[in-house]
Design a protein around this ligand. Structure first.
Ligand code: AP5
Length: 216
């Protein structure tokens, strides 16, 4: 099963993708996490780190190469959940070609809908535990006392607003792209994490839904 998550910054893609990944045993391929891990390791080129910090999109060629290498790894051979890729129609075309070359295809595209003011609130109060990578929210899902937390440089309000405008300009075009292929499922992303997860489960193809219970 190959799933794509699309949604604006702060929509809850990472939160929900992690949960589905754990429940169904599918690897979560988060391009944002991959780029941040490379930065921590010191292997991310400085110009790419600067693009991320400003809230812009990393060039397509770099991202396509990153994903092409990642999906070749054995854990992704039977399926995966893409969180943050593709983000442009160029990336979507390249992904489709990569999969088709191996006789594979995308099974479902989940799009999380959340109003803009809530997105901003979700992003600017997000904090990540430096040791575990767990995502918290200072208001909706507060971290335990004494946690060592990180505030992403691109989660400051001006950068979040810029990321939203980039999403509207470059990524939202993927919704009609996948809708015409009959793959798009829109999910209301407002509500508790459990409520949103329940809605997502109802949109998953039967094949995957049947696995629930085996992996949790
Ligand atoms: P990336 O890391 O992918 O960022 P994003 O898409 O902007 O998404 P976010 O991580 O901000 O939000 P999310 O939807 O995952 O929300 P989350 O679950 O954390 O990309 C970062 C950068 O990398 C990009 O700007 C770009 O520069 C580069 N990049 C990455 N991929 C690229 C690509 N393919 N092409 C080009 N460039 C690329 O939730 C947010 C907060 O809300 C959390 O605090 C969470 O606890 C809380 N929350 C979640 N759900 C709920 C709920 N139901 N109720 C209350 N709170 C909730």
């Amino acid at each position: 099963m190959r799933i794509i998550f699309i949604g604006p910054p702060g929509a809850g893609k990472g939160t929900q993708a992690k949960r589905i990944s754990e429940s169904y045993g599918l690897p979560q391929l988060s391009t944002g996490d991959m780029l941040r891990a490379a930065k921590t390791k010191g292997t991310l080129p400085a110009e790419i780190a600067a693009i991320m910090a400003s809230g812009g999109l990393v060039p397509d060629a770099y991202m396509v190469e990153l994903i092409a290498e990642r999906i070749k790894l054995p854990d992704a051979s039977k399926g995966f959940l893409l969180d943050g890729f593709p983000r442009t129609s160029e990336q979507a075309d390249k992904l489709g070609a990569m999969l088709a070359a191996n006789g594979h295809k995308i099974d479902v595209v989940l799009a999380l809908d959340v109003p803009e003011e809530l997105l901003i609130e979700r992003a600017i109060y997000r904090r990540t535990d430096k040791a575990t990578g767990h995502i918290y929210h200072l208001k909706y899902n507060p971290p335990p006392l004494g946690s060592d937390l990180e505030h992403r440089p691109d989660d400051h309000e001006d950068v979040v607003r810029h990321r939203l405008s980039v999403y509207r300009r470059m990524t939202a075009e993927l919704l009609p792209y996948y809708e015409t292929q009959g793959l798009l499922r829109r999910v209301d992303g407002v509500g508790s994490v459990d409520e949103v997860y329940g809605r997502i489960q109802r949109e998953l193809p039967e094949k995957l839904a049947q696995q629930e219970g085996l992996r949790v």
